[in-house]
Design a binder for this molecule. Structure first.
Ligand SMILES: C[S@@+](CC[C@H](N)C(=O)[O-])C[C@H]1O[C@@H](n2cnc3c(N)ncnc32)[C@H](O)[C@@H]1O
Length: 412
């Protein structure tokens, strides 16, 4: 790998600017936002730092090139033209992960198979033996993306996507991806130095990500990365990462702020408790059964209430009518003087029912669901102007109660 290489880190759509900021902090250069990711240049140790420390990136890819690939034969020929012998040996295992966009082929599995055949045939011709495929834990993960007739091929430095931090031992009905939770915290300007309450915490993702930020813990500390098994770079990468992990462990710090979570579902709470324990944050995070529409007194005079309420379609709550009434009650409960409120909502009814105007707004994708992240300034006396508008969002407006919507009232 050359001194400084071109890489592409992927992220959830709508969070590219947040990832770009984070990458800048991690030492990346020549950062360029793209759809669904960020291009940047980094040396090997900078790239490894991104793998270990990025909270937002899903994958870190080393692009090998983009090639014209018409039809099944074109696909095979394009993939066969790549010098795979520079990246694989007969004893390295590999796997191909493929995605498609506007393609004549209907199955990503077909694309993966063609690329895999091309790699095997080329290795047999050039090296004399073929490497084995291991779909579970390959040494080298090849990422293929076919958009119309263009095949992009990359190697994934991470292997398992970076949202796999290793703490999710028990999922719930609609958990946030760990990387998306971290992006939301960053959008809300959470730094780990402020009290945080998630009144509908589900499996605890927002709290755990906040806890890791507050401890200054590297999100990738308890996992390994595929690049450590790459034939040429693996030994050097392992050595560099061993030092980075030791430094990260040494530099963790005590959490000085309360992190509280509630959920009304005992099963969700049980999942959160198990995940929090797996993340070694039981001392830092307090969980209790509770109803978000009847919040108890909060543990500080100011802080951040951050939550991801049910959208209605994934968690049954009595249809749209019931949801509006629920959001209205939530709006009353979460307006705690001195506390700013940020909500990720996938239900457009949320904003009108919440009866306060947001000072910040961002559209983003939560998996396949179009969501909006809304930020509200603190209500009451402590109303410091802490929320500036986000990225491409609109001008800030003051939080002012708007006409409350009553149960069953339709949007006009
Ligand atoms: C979309 S999920 C939150 C997922 C969570 N962010 C995670 O990553 O796992 C919404 C959660 O709200 C909880 N919930 C619904 N109504 C509630 C209420 N009135 N009070 C407290 N929790 C509630 C549900 O039990 C569910 O766990």
């Amino acid at each position: 790998m050359a001194e400084r290489i071109a890489l592409f880190a992927t992220t959830t759509r709508g969070t590219e600017d947040l990832l770009a900021d984070e990458l800048k902090e991690l030492g990346a250069r020549r950062i360029r936002q793209d759809r669904g990711g960020v291009r940047f240049m980094a040396s090997l140790d900078e790239a490894l730092k991104v793998c270990l420390w990025s909270r937002i990136a899903m994958r870190v890819l080393y692009p090998l090139g983009a090639f014209e690939a018409r039809g099944a034969q074109g696909l095979y020929d394009a993939a066969r033209g790549v010098p795979w012998e520079e990246h694989l040996t007969p004893t390295t295992t590999f796997a191909v992960d493929a995605t498609l966009k506007d393609s004549e082929h209907s199955h990503s599995g077909f694309v993966a198979l063609k690329v895999k055949d091309a790699i095997v045939d080329r290795m047999r011709d050039v090296v004399g033996t073929r490497p084995d495929v291991d779909t579970k834990n390959p040494d080298v993960s090849v990422v293929a993306h076919l958009s119309r007739d263009t095949l992009s091929l990359s190697l994934d430095l991470c292997g398992e996507p970076l949202h796999r931090r290793g703490y999710r031992v028990r999922p719930t009905v609609a958990p946030l991806k760990e990387t998306l939770a971290a992006a939301i915290l960053r959008a809300a300007r959470y730094t780990g130095d402020e009290a945080l309450v998630d009144p509908m915490c589900g499996s605890g993702t927002l709290l755990i990500e906040a806890g890791m930020m507050a401890r200054r813990r590297a999100p990738g500390l308890n996992r390994d990365f595929a690049v450590e098994r790459w034939p040429e770079l693996g030994a050097r990468a392992k050595e560099l990462l061993a030092d980075m992990r030791a430094d990260a462990r040494r530099d963790e710090r005590k959490v000085e702020v309360p992190l509280w979570g509630f959920d009304k579902d005992p099963e969700a709470l049980d999942a959160a408790q198990r995940n929090v324990r797996a993340a070694r944050l039981s001392e830092e995070i307090t969980l209790a059964e509770g109803d978000a529409t009847k919040l108890p007194p909060l543990p500080a005079s100011s802080g951040l209430i951050l939550t991801n309420p049910p959208y209605g379609d994934r968690i049954g709550t009595g249809g749209q009518k019931g949801m509006k009434s629920f959001y209205y009650k939530l709006g009353e409960s979460l307006r705690v003087p001195g506390w700013r409120v940020w909500v990720l909502s996938g239900n457009p009814a949320f904003e009108s029912a919440f009866h306060a105007r947001p000072s910040a707004r961002r559209d983003l994708m939560n998996g396949p669901i179009d969501c909006t992240l809304l930020g509200y300034r603190p209500s009451g006396g402590g109303g410091e102007d802490s929320e500036a508008p986000l990225g491409a969002s609109h001008e800030p407006v003051d939080v002012a109660p708007v006409r409350p919507q009553h149960e069953g009232e339709e949007d006009r």
